[in-house]
Structure formats: structure tokens, C-alpha cells
Design a protein around this ligand. Structure first.
Ligand SMILES: *Cc1c(COP(=O)(O)O)cnc(C)c1O
Length: 493
């Protein structure tokens, strides 16, 4: 299996190199030269544990890793850190299957990939004889940052730097990051939104001079964002896992297709579902749910991607994004792998903030359905699911649920549906409390967590227990144009 850049100019590399580099030299994203197929029966896959299935799927993409190496990475990732032994349980509530992806250490689905990425990266570095210290540079809309910090803290041979929008994350998310332990960790709040952080990081990756200077000092950059193929592939596993579990439990028949609904920001999670389909999983519709930053909804409905609009800070902050990086990989597929077109679109996006895809590509968008939920609709959806099923979902999952409800009304499609449940409600207690009223509305977020726990008879997840009492270890803030200086200071170069 080889990986090449969506923009066609970088060199073709093996999986280990693609993981180490994170992003291709020409600024494009690495994509597998072809999609591997699932060759074992779904029945066989249905009898595997999550870890066994992860090995089967990941080996197809990372074929320059030995079975032992991959198994070791997987066993270190999906262990007791996950508070549910199934790792990604599927629960039926209010007319849909919620795929709970938030039982890892930071309470969001980012753990599904970021608990394994550090091990993949370390193994890849060893295989390639990389002697430089790997510096993970990450922009976060709230959840990636903490999940990456948890994954990389105290991992030998690595340092991790996280930039988060100072005023764009929830209180719990911020606390999780600024209390991070580990000598190799560095957390910085930037004045700006997620897109500023992400484009700043991408510019630094593409800055030859800066990278050369770093190389001379014994460092190299890599990425923990979902532009790294080492993050995308582990996310395919849970879509395969859901499908084979539904089949095994006779919720669907042989060959029956399912729909998936994914609350979307950077387009990584939904892209993983698309990759699962290319491998042979029978997925009918990909329902892409956005919040008020509905650039993707408009794109799916018009074929025009236009980021020139106001950025809203919403109650589903991890989806407050106007530039969805992974869409580039999807455009590549629906353009029949046309590198020239991708270069044109990405240039237009950078220079004019906008592009329009071709007629044929618009045809190829048909499997995708896009809609959005307002903040009010989001909390109403939390309430509705609670009232019908006594089940509490977080705001991101609620965006998906609301979009799904409207999809059913509009289309009458009653296919079995899996909703990606991307965060624990404990992570966004303030928004949840607005409709569930378990605690006084003036209570602190930590008091709200206590009330949620008490009312729902759910234990407070380990990842946030005692968070309010943890020592604050990171207090650096900077402007977007200061990111390079801040990095230099941290690395002492
Ligand atoms: C990151 C995140 C999303 C968006 O996922 P993408 O892969 O960026 O589309 C949705 N919900 C939560 C809770 C997240 O942390």
C-alpha cells in the first residue's frame, strides 16, 4: 500500500512515512493509492473483539508494519483507559443506534484515534530510523488538543504543542488542556478561532525555512490533526464494527444497507465512514450534520464551498469550523482522483475563499445528505431524547439527532441508522443543563457535572473527576502571528 498526495506533487510514500510526515510536501493530504477490500466474511468479523477487528482493518492500510508491531500499538491504545469494555458500544434509543465513541480518557471520539496514533508514530519512527525528536503540532477546536496531549504526554522522543482558540472552547475543555501534565507538553491559547489556529499550523508545516532551522536543531514536525492518515484509518474500524454488530444481533439482514449520521467539523469522522464503504461496508446515505457554521450543508446542497461568512461560536464548539480540511480527500475521490482540479480548488479557497465543483462531481455528491441544526434546535434535541428514552446525549450528538429527525421527515427513509455519538454529555454540562435543569442555572460547570451524575445515576467519567482541583500548568497566550516565536521559545531554539 502506497500513499500519495491529493495535490499530486509530493513523493509517493509507505504508510510509516505518511504517518511521520502528517502532511505531504506539496501541502496536500496523503491518500491510499487504492482502497483495500474486506475479504473475510462479516460473520467472522462479527465474532472479533474490537482490538482484533482494529488489527484486521489497520493492517490493510499500514502494511509495512508487522502484525506484532500493530498488535502492540492496538493493545496499548484500547485498554482500561476505555471505561467500556466494548470500546465503542452501540445503543438503541429514540429510533436510532447511537455509536458511543466517547468512553476513552478525554470523553470525546478523538480518543478512538489519538490513543493509538502516538504508538503508530513511535513505531514508524523506529522503522525508518528517524533520530530527530518528533514535535507534534496541533490545532484544536477543543477535543483534539486534549486527546493528543493524553496520547503523547511523556512519550519518549516526542514533544507536543497544542494551539486552542482562547475564547472558543468549553470551560471543561479548557481546564482539561491547561492542567495537562507531562514534561513534553505545551498548551497555548490563541487570540482567534479554530480556523486561525489551523491555518497557522498549516502555514508552519509549509514553511521550508522554519522547518530547515528546526531540522538543524534535531527536531521534525508532525501532525495529530485528522489530516494525518494515522488518525483517519483507526476511525474506519468503528464503522465496520457497528455494521457487523448490527448483523450479528440480527438488527439488519445480509446485504442490507444502513445510514450513518455524523456531526461534522473537519470532515474526518464522516470520511472514515466513506472509507469503510469503499472497503465493502454497505452504507446507503452519509448524513453530514453541521451546526450554524453550515459551510458543509451549503456545499452539499449547491456544490459551492464558500468560507466567506461570519464565524459563530456555538454550543457544539468542536464543530465550529469553516475550513474542513478532510474535504480535500473526499473531493479527490469524487473528482475521480483529479489532482489538477484539487490544486485549482485549494488555490481558489486560499485566495478567494471559495470554489465551485464540476457538474460530474456534483452528481457524485448524491450519496451525501447535508443539513444543520441551530443552537436552540440542538438543546431541544437533547431534551427530546431525554424525554423519550431517559438517555442524555451531548450537544454535538444532538446536532446529528436533529438533522436525522428532519432527514426522516423529508425523505421517509426508515433505514437502520447509526448516529456517531462523539462526546460524553459530561463534557458540555452547561448546555445540557439549560434544558434538563438538573442544577441551578448559576451553578458552576463542575456542580452541573455532579447533578448530572446524581440524576442519571451515572458515574462521573475518570477523565474529568477532580478536574476542578487540578493544578493549572499552562497559561501562555499568543496572537496568530506569534505562533512561530512561541514554538521556538518552547523548543529553546
Ligand atoms: C472533532 C469533533 C467533531 C467533528 O469531527 P470531524 O472529524 O472534525 O468532522 C464532532 N464532535 C465532537 C465532539 C468532536 O470532538
Amino acid at each position: 500500500m502506497l500513499y500519495k498526495s491529493t495535490r499530486g506533487k509530493g513523493k509517493v510514500v509507505k504508510a510509516s512515512e505518511a504517518i511521520i510526515k502528517g502532511i505531504a510536501e506539496d501541502g496536500g493530504l496523503y491518500i491510499p493509492d487504492k482502497f483495500p477490500k474486506i475479504t473475510r466474511s462479516f460473520e467472522e468479523l462479527g465474532n472479533m473483539s474490537y482490538q482484533e477487528l482494529a488489527l484486521y482493518i489497520m493492517k490493510k492500510y499500514f502494511d509495512d508494519f508487522s502484525d506484532e508491531e500493530l498488535k502492540d500499538c492496538i493493545d496499548r491504545a484500547y485498554d482500561e483507559k476505555f471505561e467500556n469494555s466494548q470500546i465503542a458500544p452501540l445503543v438503541y434509543k429514540s429510533g436510532a443506534y447511537f455509536l458511543e465513541l466517547y468512553h476513552g480518557s478525554t470523553l470525546a471520539f478523538k480518543d478512538m484515534a489519538l490513543s493509538v496514533l502516538p504508538h503508530l508514530l513511535k513505531t514508524a519512527a523506529k522503522k525508518l530510523g528517524v533520530e530527530k525528536e518528533v514535535v507534534i503540532l496541533t490545532a484544536t477546536s477543543g477535543d483534539t488538543g486534549k486527546a493528543a496531549l493524553e496520547g503523547f504526554h511523556d512519550v519518549d522522543g516526542t514533544k507536543i504543542i497544542v494551539f486552542y482558540p482562547e475564547h472558543g472552547v468549553s470551560e471543561i475543555q479548557r481546564r482539561q488542556m491547561i492542567t495537562q501534565e507531562g514534561e513534553n507538553t505545551f498548551v497555548v491559547g490563541i487570540e482567534g478561532n479554530f480556523d486561525d489556529a489551523q491555518s497557522g499550523v498549516k502555514d508552519i508545516f509549509a514553511d521550508k525555512e522554519f522547518n530547515e532551522n528546526l531540522n538543524e536543531k534535531g527536531y521534525m514536525f508532525s501532525s495529530a490533526n485528522s489530516i494525518n492518515i494515522g488518525r483517519l484509518v483507526p476511525q474506519i474500524v468503528y464503522y465496520v464494527y457497528s455494521y457487523v454488530s448490527l448483523l450479528k444481533n440480527k438488527k439488519i439482514k445480509d446485504g442490507e444497507s444502513i445510514n450513518v449520521v455524523v456531526p461534522t467539523g473537519n470532515f474526518g469522522n464522516i470520511l472514515a465512514a466513506f472509507y469503510a464503504k469503499q472497503m465493502g461496508v454497505n452504507i446507503g446515505k452519509f448524513i453530514c450534520a453541521s451546526n450554524e457554521n453550515k459551510v458543509l450543508t451549503d456545499f452539499i446542497n449547491t456544490g459551492i464551498y464558500d468560507r466567506k461568512r461570519d464565524f459563530s461560536v456555538t454550543n457544539s464548539p468542536s464543530m465550529d469550523i469553516l475550513i474542513s480540511s478532510n474535504l480535500e480527500r473526499f473531493l479527490y475521490e469524487i473528482s475521480d482522483r483529479n489532482e489538477e482540479l484539487i490544486n485549482i480548488f485549494m488555490k481558489q479557497l486560499k485566495e478567494e475563499g471559495k470554489y465551485e465543483i464540476t457538474k460530474i462531481m456534483k452528481e457524485n455528491l448524491k450519496g451525501l445528505y447535508g443539513d444543520f441544526a441551530t443552537e436552540q434546535e440542538t438543546i431541544e434535541a437533547v431534551k427530546k431524547v431525554y424525554e423519550t428514552s431517559n438517555y442524555v446525549i451531548d450537544t454535538h450528538t444532538a446536532v446529528a439527532y436533529q438533522v436525522y429527525e428532519r432527514y426522516k421527515q423529508n425523505t421517509g427513509d426508515e433505514s437502520v441508522t447509526v448516529i456517531a455519538s462523539t462526546a460524553s454529555p459530561f463534557k458540555f454540562p452547561k448546555s445540557i443543563n439549560e434544558v434538563l435543569n438538573f442544577a441551578d442555572k448559576n451553578a458552576s460547570e463542575f456542580e452541573m457535572i455532579q447533578s448530572l451524575s446524581k440524576e442519571m445515576k451515572l458515574e462521573i467519567p475518570k477523565g474529568i473527576r477532580g478536574l476542578d482541583k487540578k493544578e493549572i500548568r499552562h497559561s501562555v497566550n499568543c496572537e496568530k502571528y506569534e505562533m512561530r516565536e512561541v514554538i521556538k521559545k518552547f523548543l529553546r531554539i
